[in-house]
Design a protein around this ligand. Structure first.
Ligand code: URA
Length: 189
């Protein structure tokens, strides 16, 4: 597994499949434990992620870490975190569908290598692409969907929680549901 993952990472670090390669500082491939059974998928790198090469390192990332730690997870040990796009869209605009089409191969290969039991979509962009185009975070958050044997759940994006803190309790409830699911499936963390 380590070999397959490092060759995927190397290929991704050299990617020139879409114009975002011209404006990126770093490719943000992903971090965490590739042996984990939980994969978190966000949207795309922002400024801090572009500068450091690591996903979710800004204020939103700190909030995500709080929720993870709240259910006994740590981004380095028990999960893997990646994004739909590996390169920052200028001015943090939403990813374009064709950018996601170019980039999704890296995520698919990551899933083939890791074989996660649960994928958590962090925010609308990844939930609409991976769960359903009709996914509405306010309505469908915290629900588990079985897609080809992998359980998928969408929750709030931390940037949305920073804009609207009233949603924080709902988001933590989603994490508690995730904790229940981990226990139900007997996933070792
Ligand atoms: N937002 C995301 O969706 N991913 C990151 O890595 C940072 C901010």
């Amino acid at each position: 597994m380590a070999d397959r993952l490092s060759s995927l990472r190397e290929k991704c670090l050299e990617c020139r499949l879409c114009p975002l390669c011209e404006t990126r500082t770093n490719v943000v491939f992903g971090v965490g434990n590739p042996e984990a059974k939980l994969l978190f998928v966000g949207e795309a790198p922002g400024e801090n992620e572009d500068l450091t090469g690591e996903p979710f390192v800004g204020r939103g990332g700190k909030l995500l870490d709080l929720y993870l730690n709240g259910i006994g997870l740590d981004r380095k040990d028990n999960i893997y975190i990646a994004n739909m796009l590996k390169c920052r869209p200028p001015q943090n605009r939403d990813p374009k569908p064709d950018e996601m089409d170019h980039c999704i191969g890296y995520l698919r290969e990551l899933v083939r290598i890791m074989r996660p039991e649960i994928i958590v979509c962090v925010g609308r962009i990844s939930a609409q692409r991976l769960i359903s185009p009709d996914f509405r975070v306010t309505k469908d958050h915290g629900v588990f969907y079985n897609k080809n044997g992998v359980l998928m759940m969408g929750t709030f994006h931390p940037a949305a929680l920073l804009r609207d803190p009233r949603r924080k309790a709902d988001c933590f409830e989603d994490f508690l549901k995730l904790q229940d699911k981990i226990r139900e499936l007997g996933i070792e963390i």
